[in-house]
Design a protein around this ligand. Structure first.
Ligand SMILES: [Zn+2]
Length: 450
């Protein structure tokens, strides 16, 4: 089938796509039993299993994972036994609606406004499930490649159900290419693959200087103050321009993909007037290519109830985002060494490691990336660009570790206007149509030949 025919078929299928998405959005599949009954997630899982069965997948079944959620899995053989295998990924659970008063439309009712479809999960990630289904319906029959699909049920909870499942069922999910469809384009109509994710390190630093609280009048001036020491230490982790400056950690990297326009970033981040952005790089350098240190919490007396006392000890929880190209364990070692070196006045310093996650960098030189790039170009009428993401998706590292030869592609319908995770989440139906076309063309063209 030609690209023109596929585009026409997808246009005809968009009514069906809307009905499907409306059905899925109406199921409040928040994978937290304290907020929504688990039966809702079960309904969503059954819906997904039935939908993929209707496009020719067999053995669609619910597989319980370690965190109690169910991942939906099935297969569809291709027409060419030697063709590569493509694993399609999405998740059917959603973020909770959060502040109901902030929603302009009911969160679990697909509502059209201004050409967009509103509702929780319309983009993240039920829009991507519908994108997969629309692409497969448009193709109307088998393609050369072998297909597998995995749709997980607890992605938004971060409880790692699927990560654990992959490790324990490596052969079931093994594929030459994995389409991780849980990101989006640079903007509506601007096709992009997400190619890097930052890793992270969390540590808790404790400073101790005295046996107990001291009167700030009687002792202040000579007695070492643990809170002052901690503030001084943390302050050395940034230079005056706001660059993160951990000794031994590179912080001059640059981003070579799609730029993040400064004005849009100021808007997205909600900066107050007159407040400057941090760092001496571009926005994309700072959020995708360089490390970033954030103080997540400090233990010290709250203002109300505080006394005129010098603090004997203080604690801070620090989060360091680690860019691709930097080993997260080395970054953690550098951070701990830095904190110990800059501690003033001989105060006692203890640093406890909480979590380490490696950054991710997709290999973009293979046949799947080439096929995707040509498919995106034909679907959108402009070349595909690349994006980074400042946060991490641990599943990508698990895929990369379990299937070191697989090409991992992050894409989908979640462009910035979709406001995923926030109230008033929405999807642009043109993104579903164009991305479904790109996916269909990719499945036709990708042969695995180098
Ligand atoms: Zn998602």
């Amino acid at each position: 089938m030609t690209a023109v025919e596929l585009r026409r078929r997808i246009a005809d299928l968009m009514g069906r796509a809307r009905t499907d998405l409306a059905e899925l959005v109406a199921i409040p599949s928040v994978a937290d039993p304290r907020q929504f009954p688990p039966e809702e997630c079960a309904r969503a899982a059954e819906w997904v299993a039935a939908a993929f069965t209707s496009v020719g997948f067999t053995g669609m079944g619910l597989h319980e994972t370690a965190d109690g959620s169910s991942a939906v899995y099935g297969e569809r053989p291709g027409t060419d036994p030697d063709a590569p295998t493509v694993l399609l990924y999405a998740h059917y659970d959603v973020q909770p609606p959060l502040d109901l008063a902030a929603w302009r439309t009911p969160p679990f009712e697909l509502t059209e406004a201004g050409g967009r479809w509103y509702g929780r999960g319309t983009a993240d990630c039920k829009g991507n499930i519908v994108m997969h289904l629309t692409a497969l319906r448009a193709l109307d029959g088998p393609v050369p490649v072998n297909l597998k699909v995995i749709v997980e049920g607890s992605e938004e909870q971060g409880t790692g159900g699927l990560e654990d499942f992959v490790v324990h069922h490596p052969d079931l999910l093994r594929a030459d290419t994995i389409l991780v469809c849980d990101t989006g384009n640079a903007a509506v109509g601007l096709p992009a693959a997400t190619v890097t994710l930052r890793g992270m390190v969390n540590v808790v630093v404790t400073v101790e200087a005295l046996a107990g609280e001291l009167h700030s009048g009687m002792f202040g001036g000579a007695a070492p103050d643990a809170l002052a020491a901690l503030v001084q230490m943390v302050a050395t982790l940034r230079d005056p321009a706001g660059n993160t400056t951990v000794a031994g950690l590179e912080h001059g990297q640059t981003w070579t993909g799609e730029p993040y326009p400064t004005d849009r970033f100021r808007d997205d981040a909600g900066l107050r007037e007159g407040v400057s952005l941090l760092g001496d790089g571009t926005v994309s350098d700072m959020i995708w290519a360089r490390p970033a240190l954030t103080v997540l919490g400090i233990d010290c007396p709250p203002v109300v109830g505080s006394a005129a006392a010098i603090q004997p000890r203080a604690r801070a929880r620090l989060n360091l985002r680690v860019p691709p190209g930097t080993d997260a364990v080395k970054a953690q070692d550098a951070l701990i060494a830095h904190l110990k070196t800059v501690a003033p006045w001989g105060v006692h310093v203890e640093v406890e490691s909480e979590a380490v996650g490696q950054p991710f960098e997709a290999r973009t030189g293979g046949p799947a990336y080439r096929a995707l790039s040509s498919a995106m170009n034909d679907a959108f009428g402009r070349p595909m660009t690349t994006l980074g993401q400042g946060g991490s998706i641990p599943l990508c590292n698990v895929f990369a570790d379990t299937y070191p030869d697989a090409e991992i592609i992050l894409m989908g319908v979640e462009e910035p206007q979709a406001l995923i995770h926030a109230p008033n989440e929405s999807v642009d139906p043109r993104e579903i149509a164009d991305m479904a076309l790109a996916e269909a063309l990719f499945l036709q063209r990708y042969s695995g030949a180098a």
